[in-house]
Design a protein around this ligand. Structure first.
Ligand SMILES: [Zn+2]
Length: 462
């Protein structure tokens, strides 16, 4: 960038000099010996800093430095390899480069007569004289049409675009919201252009504030925040059937939010939970360190992802409880968070079975879920009073195995034995829900959540 600034001030060298002076200043002992020397160095540093600040304040510096940074951390998420992101073109002024690569062809196109053109643009259907431009420059979209001809039917490709579409696609990164790990999201909430902008601006705000706080900026959290915001404005807001496009690991995935997922999210976003948070927000920072090959496995992202696929959360709940029972390191969640998932899952299961219809639908009842958790707490405390605390963990582990293998009979055996041992009466919920495996299991997981408990969770004592 420096070469575009037309100044003799050698900023790279000046910064190096400053670093040297700062290193000298850091050698504490010497400066204690010679205070005058310290003052001299500070004065020299100050004047150098002022020069450097002035340098970055010039209009030329403001024009080139931020643009260069953006091209490497934001723009290159959407496309690469051409124009100013072509590694061979790094000596060209990148504004001129963009102009000649993307803008000039549009000007030329608009000036030409297209009445006799043979081809049409595969995106906008405008007529074209030649097959020149393709999606190939976009990351994860298309391929080099001239080199990989065998990818197309009969070796003749028709996925060409006009220069106007090429220019439009060059600004994809302006619409997407990215974090610092090259993950991005775009809500195609296109009922109106205002709605589209609002939803995506809200995500950008949320992501920016997460980045500023140095926390894990997840695109899914930004998504949930946009959803919550729209919901706050109108109770009737729904994201059902809206398209969400996520970008991760250089791949795009396109999803239509199912009506059921929208319902479950709405329920969780409106549900007041612990310490002023909602059920949804309480899950934001839940995760597991060093899990499934990931440095940090975000439970929140997993939940949203599974809801979008209408997949129920039972397996995730099982895993979260198992890791707790086996006291695995790196679990960043409480049994309270597990209960959030169980409640959301119950909602999902109920919505799905409503959709399927039929007679005798058994629903998972939220109050009963909380009661079953309470029963689990009761058993744990019962064991503790008989100085048999480890028994609760063992029971939890065996119950989880019974639930995982859909063995209701075995779960009931374990339950009856526990209640017999403590001389208590078995909760009737388990007796009455045995006919529906799915429903039964939800109560089972809620019971195990109570059984696991946590020493420092004040909620447990209720
Ligand atoms: Zn076009």
């Amino acid at each position: 960038v420096i070469k575009f600034l037309n100044t003799d001030f050698d900023v790279a060298n000046e910064v190096k000099e400053c670093n040297k002076l700062i290193r000298t200043l850091k050698k504490k002992n010497e400066l204690v010996k010679s205070r005058n020397e310290a003052v001299r160095i500070l004065k020299e540093l100050t004047s150098k800093f002022i020069q450097i600040i002035d340098y970055f304040e010039t209009p030329q510096a403001k024009k080139y430095f931020p643009a260069k940074t953006l091209s490497y951390i934001v723009i290159n998420n959407a496309w690469n390899g051409v124009s100013f992101l072509n590694p061979q073109a790094k000596n060209l002024d990148f504004y001129d480069d963009f102009q000649s690569y993307f803008v000039e062809p549009v000007k030329k196109y608009l000036a030409e007569d297209h009445s006799k053109d043979k081809y049409i643009c595969s995106t906008c259907q405008r007529p074209m004289k030649k097959l020149e431009y393709s999606y190939g420059f976009l990351n994860g979209m298309g391929y080099d049409l001239n080199r990989k001809t065998s990818n197309a039917w009969n070796f003749s490709n028709d996925l060409y675009i006009c220069p106007i579409c090429q220019l439009m696609y060059s600004v994809v990164s302006a619409g997407f919201t990215y974090n610092m790990s090259s993950q991005g999201i775009f809500i195609n909430d296109n009922s109106s252009i205002i709605q589209l902008k609002e939803s995506n601006n809200q995500m950008l705000e949320s992501m920016t504030s997460d980045l500023a706080k140095n926390s894990h900026a997840s695109p899914y959290r930004a998504f949930a925040s946009a959803f919550k915001n729209e919901l706050a404005k109108s109770e009737k807001y729904t994201m059902a059937n809206v398209q969400v496009i996520t970008y991760d690991d250089s791949k795009y995935s396109f999803k239509i939010i199912p009506a059921i997922a929208s319902e479950v999210l709405k329920y969780a976003a409106n549900k007041n939970w612990k310490n002023g948070s909602t059920m949804l927000t309480s899950l934001y920072s839940t995760g597991i360190q060093g899990f499934r090959g990931e440095n940090y496995y975000s439970i929140f992202s997993a939940v949203i992802n599974q809801l979008m696929n209408n997949t129920d959360l039972t397996n995730l709940i099982y895993t979260m409880e198992l890791l707790k029972v086996t006291k695995t390191q790196g679990c960043r969640y409480s049994t309270f968070n597990i209960m959030s998932l169980i409640c959301m899952n119950a909602r999902l299961i109920n919505e799905i079975s409503k959709l399927k219809g039929g007679s005798n639908i058994m629903e998972v009842n939220e109050d009963k879920l909380h009661k079953m958790r309470g029963c689990g707490v009761g058993i744990r405390e019962g064991y503790a009073s008989k100085a048999n605390e480890n028994k609760a963990q063992t029971l939890a582990y065996r119950m989880l195995e019974a639930l995982r293998s859909n063995n209701i009979e075995q779960f009931m055996d374990l339950l009856l034995n526990a209640y017999l041992y403590l001389d208590k009466i078995v909760p009737s919920v388990f007796i009455s829900s045995q006919t529906d495996q799915k429903v039964f299991k939800q109560y089972g997981y809620a019971f195990v959540a109570g059984l696991i408990g946590e020493e420092f969770d004040s909620e447990e004592s209720k």
